[in-house]
Design a binder for this molecule. Structure first.
Ligand SMILES: [Zn+2]
Length: 381
């Protein structure tokens, strides 16, 4: 059986969408605690459990954490797809046995349960945990550091989501991005970075068959406050995963599949082995550019202006009644020649009206755009 065939019929359908908090994963953890060791090495600032799952019994120790940023849930969904895959008893049994013997994989499915509940990047004290690696001022940061020191991993996986603003020069969106974080200001290619780069090259090679040209490389400026940079500096290879946008997939149900494949490829359950991979190929992966918006309306006539402009709209994610609402906000107005829209429309010179009575400005929340003269709807959410 091909892996995508398995995925289509067997992914973890019990969790989905963008809003994933502790209460969504508790039923799954209850089930998996019969099979894996699940501990609670710490509590969040608001006193929620921070569970840690231990998988396998091998000598290669890997430590991963998802939802360090509470509103970045795609990799959490992929982790539960991964758990479901390695727990089934029908397919890829030889590869799964090998994985369980070779590795011990410790993973925090939700490192920031308070942020997950509130659907915020930060924790309950408005602290970005990925800028707290040095100060360790928050309980969640302390919990991760404690486990890092205790299990002494030989590889770390820092699992995140990126916004839908990233793409490449040729106009493709960045569906998955990776980074081997720098270990110093000079961005030296240290031994631990080389290992991280090699692993990224391996995952990228596998992903190319599904999303050719849609895998990117993040900016590697060094920041000691970031967890990945800190661990890399300590000599432990660390990989940043960024789940991004795939065509119309605002729930990120397709991107989760690519993160799932990335994990399988990393652990060599699918795809090849990494021995022959040159780390230098990492630099051939295109760098992420901030060149995308969710929607771009081209050739719009603004009152009192002769030149036609483009209007870029970006969705803000808002938690309402346990669901994520995508609220459109004007992000830019101008010629926007170097920008791409996940969706684009040509207004063909029409002068427009919006639901907001004010003059069109960046930051305005809009839900419809109407042709001023014939009153036809150009954009509606
Ligand atoms: Zn993040």
């Amino acid at each position: 059986m091909e892996i995508n065939g398995w995925y289509r019929d067997h992914f973890e359908f019990r969790i989905g969408g963008r809003y994933i908090a502790m209460r969504h994963i508790y039923p799954l953890l209850d089930m998996y605690k019969l099979k894996y060791e699940i501990s609670v090495p710490g509590l969040s600032e608001m006193g929620q459990d921070i569970p840690l799952i231990k998988i396998g019994g091998g000598s290669e120790i890997v430590l991963g954490w998802s939802q360090m940023h509470g509103n970045e849930s795609t990799t959490t969904k992929a982790l539960f797809d991964f758990l479901k895959f390695i727990s089934q008893k029908q397919y890829f049994q030889t590869e799964i046995e090998e994985f369980l013997h070779k590795y011990t994989f410790y993973v925090f499915p939700i490192l920031n349960p308070d942020g997950a509940k509130l659907y915020t990047r930060e924790n309950a004290n408005n602290i970005d945990l990925n800028r707290d690696a040095k100060r360790l001022s928050q309980k969640e940061s302390q919990c991760l550091r404690k486990i890092f020191d205790a299990v002494k991993p030989s590889l770390c996986l820092n699992l995140h989501d990126q916004r839908s603003i990233y793409g490449f020069k040729d106009g493709k969106p960045a569906t998955v991005s990776f980074l081997a974080p720098a270990a110093d200001e000079k961005r030296t290619t240290t031994d631990s970075r080389k290992i991280a780069m090699q692993q990224i090259v391996k995952m990228n090679t596998f992903l190319q068959q599904y999303i050719p040209g849609q895998v990117g490389r993040y900016d590697d400026s060094f920041n000691e406050a970031c967890v990945g940079d800190t661990f890399q500096k300590a000599g432990v290879p660390t990989i940043l995963f960024e789940a991004g946008h795939f065509n119309r997939d605002y729930q990120r149900e397709t991107t989760r599949e690519f993160i799932f494949y990335s994990l399988l490829s990393l652990f060599e359950i699918i795809g090849g082995k990494s021995q022959s991979i040159r780390y230098g190929q990492y630099f051939d992966i295109p760098e992420n550019l901030k060149n995308y918006n969710d929607f771009i309306l081209r050739n719009v006539k603004l009152p009192d202006e002769k030149k036609l402009v483009s209007i870029a709209v970006q969705y803000e994610e808002v938690l309402r009644n346990d669901e994520i609402i995508f609220s459109p906000v004007i992000d830019a107005i101008g010629n926007l020649k170097n920008k791409f829209g996940h969706k684009e429309k040509d207004a063909k010179g029409a002068e427009i009206l919006t639901n907001s009575q004010d003059k069109l400005t960046v930051g305005t929340n809009i839900s419809e755009i109407i042709d001023k003269f014939d009153k036809s709807i150009i954009y509606f959410q």
